[in-house]
Ligand binder design. Structure first.
Ligand SMILES: Nc1ncnc2c1ncn2[C@@H]1O[C@H](COP(=O)(O)OP(=O)(O)OP(=O)(O)O)[C@@H](O)[C@H]1O
Ligand SMILES: [Mg+2]
Length: 388
């Protein structure tokens, strides 16, 4: 695509050149016009001044001061036209900045009730929730979605890709407000709760595509709770099975991860994200599993990290892998924005519905090698032809 992109860029550059040329012409014409006019005035004065000087009606000094003043005006006008050019450029560049300055959050960032820590249980209830993204109001993502997650339980949410699983997670964080129905935490509608407290203290969210910032690993984890000490960050990293690999980096926790975390592997990125979520010790943990296949070993490590951190919390796992699903107390199956089936792994398998299909499909993929699991062994299998 390099050639195509070059062409697109060249087109934009040509556009910008044309606009700049027009501006240049404008400034030129204005300067020429004002010069012509002012010089005309000067010429006329000189002509008339000559005869006035001769009859002693005008002193030579007065004529001189007039000429100097006329020249100053001329220079100022020339500068004014250049300034006008800057103004035009500034306004068009600023328009985009002002667009953002003027934006107001539809969901307030602060303000609202909080549930005192000692009475907080962590029950989540979706009560006939309907929702469509504001950018696509005609595509209903959730229709009458109802689900109750009792405090301290692990619920796995499964379903077809694009079925609305990640949307459910985003709604608990209140990134969007529901269009119909309600989401309640311990019986309180989340619209009545303080969003800053909800996001900062209650819900730990491990995103499907974890976002790391171009700073050190220490600071990246600390995003979970900005007032955490270095030691607390290390403890969270240990719980997330991240401590070891971080320590193995030459600069340890001071290692910078690059823009969007490009300098750490997928599994490492996930573990940093898990540590970040754990740092705030949330009552509710939402895990949106990444679909990107981790190899068997890193999957096992991430899995072990997760098992440690689901203790004592209400957990919603959006699962793509069989291994995670089997740990859940209850499995909820989503289809077309609704809750289609709910039950245990065995129960749903017997039911022979959507879940049974999903399981069959995954097992078939495993057999045909689409999700090849490499067993970790110490033996190195070197083919004879390599052992020269
Ligand atoms: N920000 C958005 N704006 C508009 N539509 C969106 C947005 N995010 C997702 N959608 C749409 O909402 C639907 C549900 O998306 P969602 O991300 O919840 O699916 P999912 O079940 O998590 O899928 P996957 O298993 O692939 O992660 C999709 O049809 C998607 O195109
Ligand atoms: Mg998703």
């Amino acid at each position: 695509m390099e050639d195509e992109e070059e062409k697109l860029f060249a087109r934009e550059v040509a556009n910008s050149r044309r606009v700049n040329e027009n501006l240049g012409y404008g400034i030129g014409i204005f300067q020429a016009g004002s010069n012509l006019f002012l010089n005309g005035v000067v010429m006329g004065t000189l002509y008339a001044g000559g005869s006035l000087l001769a009859t002693n009606q005008l002193k030579a000094g007065d004529l001189m001061s007039f000429l100097v003043a006329a020249q100053t005006i001329q220079r100022s006008l020339a500068q004014l036209s250049v300034l006008f050019g800057y103004y035009v450029r500034g306004i068009s560049a600023g328009a985009r900045v002002f667009e953002f300055v003027k934006l107001e959050a539809t969901i307030p960032v602060k303000g609202g009730r909080i549930i005192p820590y000692h009475t907080m249980m962590g029950t989540i209830e979706f009560d006939r929730v309907s929702f469509a993204y504001p950018t696509r109001p005609h595509q209903t993502v959730l229709k009458n979605f109802s689900l109750r997650i009792p405090a301290g339980r692990v619920v796995a949410l499964v379903g077809a890709s694009g079925g609305g699983k990640s949307t459910v997670a985003q709604l608990v964080e209140r990134f969007y407000d529901v269009d119909g129905g309600a989401i309640r935490i311990d019986g309180s509608d989340i619209r009545s709760l303080d969003p800053a407290w909800l996001r900062g203290r209650v819900v730990g969210f491990i995103n499907q595509e974890p976002v790391l910032f171009a700073t050190s690993i220490m600071e990246n984890i600390r995003y979970g709770r900005p007032d955490a000490s270095d030691n607390e960050v290390r403890e969270a990293a240990k719980m997330a099975n991240a401590h070891e690999f971080v320590e193995a980096f030459p600069r340890g926790y001071n290692t910078t991860v690059g823009e969007r975390g490009v300098t750490v592997s997928g599994g490492q990125k996930q573990r940093i994200a898990i540590a970040r979520a754990l740092l705030k010790n949330p009552k509710i943990l939402i895990l949106d599993e990444a679909t990107s296949a981790l190899d068997a070993e890193s999957e096992a490590i991430v899995q072990a990290a997760l098992e440690q951190c689901i203790q004592g919390r209400t957990v919603l796992i959006i699962a793509h892998r069989l291994s995670t699903i089997q740990n859940a107390d209850v499995i909820a199956v989503m289809s077309h924005g609704r809750l289609a089936e709910i039950g245990t792994h065995e129960g749903l398998k017997k039911l022979g519905g959507i879940y049974a299909d999903l399981i069959r499909q995954q097992q078939r993929d495993d057999k045909t090698g689409k999700n090849v699991k490499v067993e970790k062994t110490d033996k190195v299998n070197t083919p004879a032809s390599w052992a020269l």
